[in-house]
Design a protein around this ligand. Structure first.
Ligand SMILES: [Zn+2]
Length: 436
């Protein structure tokens, strides 16, 4: 796929995936359209050579794979990992609060949200509603209001003269988005949700809503920014950019090798969940594909996971936050992330395999290591490496404003990562000789 086509499709994906559920729904549609066969964890599987498959869990995590030509135990897998979730504000169960004549919704902070940028943004609501339909059957339905429903207004500077010097945010009291003026009757959240469901599907008009997982998101569409349009500005670049890139590379791969893409939920809150990378989703898929312990163990020993998650680019206004030799620039290529304390899973062999693939694709790479006097973030890389015993390298495109409601990436880097991952999926061998 050419870079303009790729970026246009990436922007569209970011816009239409306000939640992990929507991201997985779009990835599922994309895979079905490309001829991948959907598997169900509750059914028997039959994996044949040169097949293309995918399976979802909790509608928020997805594993897609190509079974390749050779026996799994002889070849090993080229795996790419990413995460579907992003920090956001989630609706509380009893969300409605009315204060001094206004309706507000109580919210939880999901993950490490950079909170200041959430003020004065036009916010919409999206997520999953689980309901009982007219026939009495339980089902989950995705909703996206799309229109601006709410806003978190800042306090005027006249009422807080210290705002520019020492503003801190109380998450309980200062964050609830304002939806409008209170009426004579209490605000009916259920009626709001039912109205949206009915718009989507008339048969859901009188469904009983049993529960929901909804989050606020900014309605400003993704955009190309910069004098030469050299940046991509959007919400959720961390880490939908990698989900999109890994999946498109898997779909476009022409190689007959065994390849897999996993996109997991709940990375931003530590990954411990039914659909998170500390759960058993990937292991369970691989065990069923392998068929027995011996093949599974041999396959894992021969495999490599490329854990793709964004890196911090060096910021021109805060350049002292980076080591002077390890400040990745936007549009200078994907970054190999190293941390000797194992916050990243990269080692010299896993990095060498990825560098080898990138060279084949003529993609320049950069290196990142955190300043020695600062703490390091982490990814799904180390925990997947530890859980499966699989060699892993942590990579990602450099970005600014990670965990803001609007992040910034380079317009060249996602496509460069796509080309590097295509080359990686096509690597004939993942062997690095040792003891010789
Ligand atoms: Zn991330």
């Amino acid at each position: 796929m050419s870079k303009p086509q790729f970026n246009a499709a990436l922007l569209n994906f970011l816009q239409r995936a306000p939640t992990p559920f929507h991201a997985v729904a779009l990835m599922r549609q994309r895979l079905l359209a490309a001829g991948f066969v959907e598997l169900d964890e509750g059914e028997a599987w039959r994996i044949v050579p040169r097949g293309r498959y995918f399976v979802t869990r909790n509608q928020s995590s997805l594993v897609a794979f190509r079974s390749g030509q050779r026996a799994l135990g002889e070849e090993g897998l080229r795996m790419v990992g990413a995460h579907t979730d992003s920090p956001c504000l989630k609706l509380k169960p009893n969300a409605v609060n009315e204060t001094v004549g206004y309706v507000k919704f109580g919210v939880e902070v999901y993950g490490g949200v950079l909170l200041n940028p959430w003020f004065d943004r036009d916010l919409s609501l999206a997520g999953r509603i689980t309901l009982r339909d007219k026939r009495g059957a339980l089902r989950s339905v995705l909703v996206d209001f799309e229109r601006a429903l709410a806003i978190i207004p800042s306090l005027a500077i006249h009422l807080d003269r210290e705002a520019n010097d020492s503003r801190s945010i109380n998450k309980q009291t200062m964050l609830p988005p304002v939806l409008g003026l209170a009426g004579a009757k209490p605000f009916d959240l259920e009626a709001l949700l039912q109205g949206e469901l009915k718009k989507q599907d008339a048969s859901l008009a009188r469904a009983d809503i049993l529960d929901f997982e909804l989050c606020f998101y900014g309605t400003q569409p993704p955009a190309m920014v910069g004098v030469a349009q050299e940046f991509i500005a959007a919400a959720r670049l961390d880490n939908l950019l990698s989900c999109f890139t890994g999946l498109e590379a898997l779909i476009d791969s022409k190689a007959n090798t065994a390849q897999l893409m996993i996109a997991s939920d709940h990375e931003e809150v530590g990954s411990t969940s039914v659909a998170g990378a500390r759960g058993n989703f990937l292991k369970s898929v691989l065990e069923r594909w392998a068929g027995n312990d011996e093949v599974y163990a041999r396959a894992i020993a021969r495999s490599l996971l490329v854990s793709t998650d964004n890196a911090h680019g060096i910021h021109p206004n805060f350049s002292d936050k980076h080591d002077n030799r390890h400040g990745p620039l936007l549009n200078r290529g994907p970054v190999v992330k190293v941390n000797s304390n194992q916050s990243y899973a990269t080692n010299s062999e896993s990095a060498a395999l990825f560098r080898h693939a990138a060279e084949l694709a003529k993609v320049e790479l950069q290196s990142f290591v955190i300043r020695t006097d600062m703490g390091c973030g982490s990814t799904i890389g180390p925990l997947t490496a530890a859980a499966l015993g699989v060699r892993t390298v942590d990579v990602g495109v450099p970005t600014f404003a990670m965990h803001s409601i609007r992040e910034l990436a380079g317009a060249d880097d996602a496509h460069a990562l796509y080309r590097a991952l295509l080359a990686f999926y096509g690597l004939k061998s993942l062997e690095v000789a040792s003891w010789s």
